[in-house]
Ligand binder design. Structure first.
Ligand SMILES: NC(=O)C1=CN([C@@H]2O[C@H](COP(=O)(O)OP(=O)(O)OC[C@H]3O[C@@H](n4cnc5c(N)ncnc54)[C@H](OP(=O)(O)O)[C@@H]3O)[C@@H](O)[C@H]2O)C=CC1
Ligand SMILES: O=C(O)C1=N[C@H](C(=O)O)C[C@H](O)C1
Length: 264
């Protein structure tokens, strides 16, 4: 049995992840990590059945000492995730990170730390297989159609923009796309932000609306043609098989992997 701890268990993703781990035949949910007092067990929160008597901790070191998790799944927010990932690696717990919003410097530091300690870690901007395929197909298309704009669309409670998926898509495309600025060389924004974020000359546009879950379109323009690659997560169940896959996969790893496209 893989011993799993979850940070962010009360959240939209966290509650689903709790059920996923509780139901999984090869996993045991041994702890939850929170930053405030929410009761002694997950059952005390009122969000889960009484049978979910999983202890809750506010201190990672104490959680590790008492419950000895193999894996920490983090589904919190961009303010805490770097600290959680670093602490987990330092304490010999393999991180599986769904939370987005890392800087390049943080990713580089955590990659070096995991390699130094020979501890597996996965940082996955998106756990949904359809989203991974969207990114892979977009990378392929960019070899032939280098004029690209990304439109990512999410619910209005999302803290980071652009989304982790939008950034990862742009990074994957940049690996193969000829470097170029897009649009007219003399274009001028008459309202700041009108052209979106600039990644290597590509534009990323972030839409935030109630009712949305997680959606992205990658648009490729060519002479007389438009290719659109689109993925929609219609509910958070779309991410759960990816989380279960990562929890199992990270047990075999000794380095940090950024992006599920590298291990599927
Ligand atoms: N990789 C993927 O496939 C996916 C990634 N995500 C990412 O996962 C993260 C969570 O998303 P979502 O569930 O929608 O967000 P929510 O805001 O619904 O959930 C986050 C939860 O974490 C709690 N939290 C905040 N800080 C801490 C902390 N230090 N320790 C423990 N818990 C904490 C929050 O509590 P409180 O509200 O009290 O602050 C909240 O309950 C986001 O970064 C999102 O981008 C989302 C979907 C898919
Ligand atoms: O906050 C979300 O909801 C999501 N976050 C991830 C991201 O930033 O790409 C993954 C998915 O898009 C949902």
């Amino acid at each position: 049995m893989i011993r799993v701890a979850i940070a962010g268990a009360r959240g939209k993703m966290g509650t689903e992840a709790v059920h996923t781990v509780m139901k999984h035949e090869a996993m045991e949910l041994v702890a939850a990590l929170d930053y405030k007092d929410i009761g002694a067990t997950l059952a005390d929160t009122g969000l889960f059945p009484a049978s979910y008597s999983v202890p809750v901790f506010t201190d990672m070191a104490e959680m590790v000492a008492q419950t000895k998790p193999d894996v920490l799944v983090d589904l919190t927010n961009p303010h805490f995730v770097y600290k959680h990932t670093k602490e987990a690696l330092q304490q010999g717990v393999r991180p599986v990170i769904g939370t987005t919003g890392f800087t390049d410097e943080q990713l580089a530091e955590l990659t070096a730390l995991a390699a130094d300690k020979k501890i597996g870690a996965i940082i996955a901007p998106n756990f949904a297989i359809g989203a991974i395929l969207m990114m892979k197909f977009a990378k392929e298309a960019a070899k032939y159609l280098p004029d690209v704009e990304i439109i990512e669309m999410h619910h209005d409670q999302k803290l980071d923009a652009p989304s982790g998926t939008g950034v990862k898509t742009a990074q994957m495309i940049a690996e193969v796309r000829e470097a170029k600025g897009q649009g007219h060389p003399d274009e001028k924004e008459t309202m700041p932000g009108a052209r979106g974020a600039d990644f290597d000359g590509m534009r990323i546009h972030s839409v935030r609306l109630p009712g949305l879950v997680a959606h992205q379109q990658v648009l490729f323009g060519g002479e007389g043609q438009l290719l659109t690659i689109r993925h929609d997560s219609l509910n958070r169940g779309s991410f759960m098989s990816g989380i279960a896959f990562c929890v199992q996969e990270v047990m075999q790893m000794e380095t940090l992997v950024y992006g599920l496209e590298n291990i599927i």
